[in-house]
Structures are given as structure tokens and as C-alpha cells.
Design a protein around this ligand. Structure first.
Ligand code: SF4
Ligand code: SF4
Length: 288
């Protein structure tokens, strides 16, 4: 089974739309939304729930006020100002570092698992689909991405592909999205900042030694920058496997909860089909 992760330097490049569309075009695959900070693939995929679980990405302190003798040592040692003058711990501010538990003279402070998100696996018309929801203000998105991928592998049957909607940027959640995959497809828009962001995500893929390919979305909005991106890729020996034109009908389709494939928008379906064909050829050549 080949795992392909679609990433971008920032959100809003059309990465999720591409993954959801390929969900309709590619046979025998699973899907994962690893953009856990801003998941949206589920908006385009209906399904029945196969699995749901709370996720704990860390510890939080709590103080037993019946035991506490108000000595103030915990407040002095907490670098995150998580403990109020009334000795109540802010779960938003607490980083679970345990420093307060060490200095408390009466063992009034306990650390316990904190629910920081939920993970799900759904059966959809396009195949099994894993995703997650990170609680507002919670961190640990990298570990949550790993959990999403682990959940999906638990429900694996005999699929040929996993299409992963990865996190944007170059943070730890992206690294967790990329690790162990067979290919990265970096989706970029033809703007100067998009070109710069693409350079960063390609360097990240290179660092983790995952073969990378590029898709330029809305390439015709700025042909000059698109050409620069193609030249950059040529210099890096990276194939541009897809160039998708700007199509206003895509926005209308998405507003109606439809992928461009469901809305039968041929101007973008054909480039997406070409992208997939190019990718499968390159994946096959990687295996040789
Ligand atoms: S565990 Fe660390 S961050 Fe949390 S309240 Fe204690 S000292 Fe502060
Ligand atoms: S260190 Fe322990 S006893 Fe002192 S104020 Fe904090 S919780 Fe209370």
C-alpha cells in the first residue's frame, strides 16, 4: 500500500479540495485528514462512524484545596503562571511540566491525563476515513496526527493507497504527516509567498528523505510565477505533476458541499486525473 501525503506551505492552497477530489477518482484507497488544527475534509465526506475515542495529548495539574496549606511555592515555581492566587490551575495555561508537584510540601497537587481532542474513523462511500478534532487552545498536534494515522492502519483492509491531507507549514504536525509516507505532493499557488512557502515544505520533505512532487493550483492566475516555480522545481530535480487552472465554479461547488468531481467540473477534473496518472507512474518507478 502506498501512502501519499498532500501538504502546503500555508492553508487555503486547495490541498483538501484536491485530496477530496482524488477520493472520487482513485479506486481502493483510504483517506486521512491530518490537518488536525483546522480539519475540513469531513465536510466533503459523509459516512457512518466506525470508531471514536477521546485523545489525551498531555498532563494537567490540579490542586486539592482540602490539602493545600497556601504556602505559595507552586505559584513561585510555575513558569507558565497557570496557578491563580486562589490556587486554582488554569488548564489552558498548564503545560504539565510537574514542577509544582515537586515543590509542594503536602502532596496536594496531582497530574492527570487531559482530554485534548477526539479521533474518529468513518466508513464513507469513498473508503475508510480517519480524522480528529483538537480542542481549542490544545497543543500536541504532532502526536495527534500520529494517532490518526495509527487509527487508520487499524482499519486497513486491502487498500492500494492512503491519501493523506497533511498539515500546512513545516511544524511538528507536518513532520508527523510526512514520516513513513511514500510520496509528498506539495500543493502551491503561484504567488511570491506561495513560491517561498513551497521551497520550505520541499526542504522539509527532502530532510525526511520522502520523494516530493509538486502541484501548482490556479497556475493560470499568475503564469510568470508559475513558470518560476517550475524552474525552481527543475533546479531541484522535482517533477511538477499537476497544473490545475483557476475555476470559479469550484468555489460554488464547495459552498454546496460538493467536490469539483461531484460537480462535474471538467476544467479541473482532467488536470487532477493527469496528476494522479503522473503520480502513479512515478510511484511505480520509485519501487523499481
Ligand atoms: S504542571 Fe507545570 S505548568 Fe502546570 S501548574 Fe504545575 S508548574 Fe505550572
Ligand atoms: S505548593 Fe502545595 S501547599 Fe503550597 S500552595 Fe501550592 S498546592 Fe498549596
Amino acid at each position: 500500500m502506498k501512502q501519499i501525503v498532500f501538504i502546503s506551505g500555508k492553508g487555503g492552497t486547495g490541498k483538501s479540495t484536491l485530496v477530496a477530489s482524488l477520493g472520487h477518482l482513485v479506486h481502493n484507497k483510504m483517506l486521512a485528514d491530518c490537518d488536525v488544527d483546522a480539519p475540513n475534509l469531513h465536510l466533503l465526506l459523509d459516512g457512518t462512524e466506525l470508531y471514536q475515542a477521546d485523545y489525551s495529548g498531555g498532563k494537567k495539574a490540579s490542586i486539592d484545596l482540602d490539602v493545600c496549606m497556601s504556602c505559595g511555592r507552586c505559584r513561585e515555581v510555575c513558569r507558565f503562571n497557570a496557578i491563580s492566587p486562589a490556587y486554582l490551575v488554569s488548564s489552558m495555561a498548564c503545560e504539565g511540566c510537574a514542577a509544582c508537584t515537586v515543590v509542594c510540601p503536602v502532596d496536594a497537587i496531582a497530574l492527570s491525563d487531559a482530554k485534548t481532542g477526539q479521533t474518529f474513523v468513518h466508513e464513507t462511500a469513498l473508503g475508510r476515513f480517519a480524522h480528529a478534532r483538537l480542542a481549542i487552545g490544545a497543543d500536541g498536534s504532532g502526536k495527534l496526527v500520529t494517532q490518526v494515522r495509527r487509527n487508520l492502519s487499524d482499519f486497513q483492509q486491502n487498500e492500494d493507497y492512503v491519501l493523506i491531507d497533511g498539515s500546512p507549514g513545516i511544524g511538528c504536525s507536518v513532520i508527523s504527516s510526512i514520516t513513513g509516507t511514500d510520496a509528498v505532493v506539495a500543493v502551491a499557488e503561484p504567488t511570491p509567498s506561495g513560491r517561498h512557502d513551497l521551497d520550505r515544505v520541499l526542504s522539509t520533505a527532502d530532510h525526511f528523505k520522502v520523494p516530493a512532487y509538486v502541484c501548482i493550483n490556479k497556475f493560470d492566475l499568475n503564469p510568470a510565477v508559475s513558470e518560476q516555480i517550475e524552474s525552481d522545481c527543475q533546479a531541484r530535480n522535482i517533477a511538477v505533476i499537476g497544473k490545475i487552472p483557476f475555476e470559479p465554479l469550484v468555489v460554488d461547488a464547495l459552498q454546496n458541499g460538493l467536490t469539483p468531481v461531484q460537480a462535474k467540473i471538467r476544467t479541473v477534473i482532467e488536470p487532477m486525473e493527469n496528476l494522479w496518472q503522473n503520480l502513479t507512474v512515478l510511484l511505480a518507478s520509485q519501487s523499481r
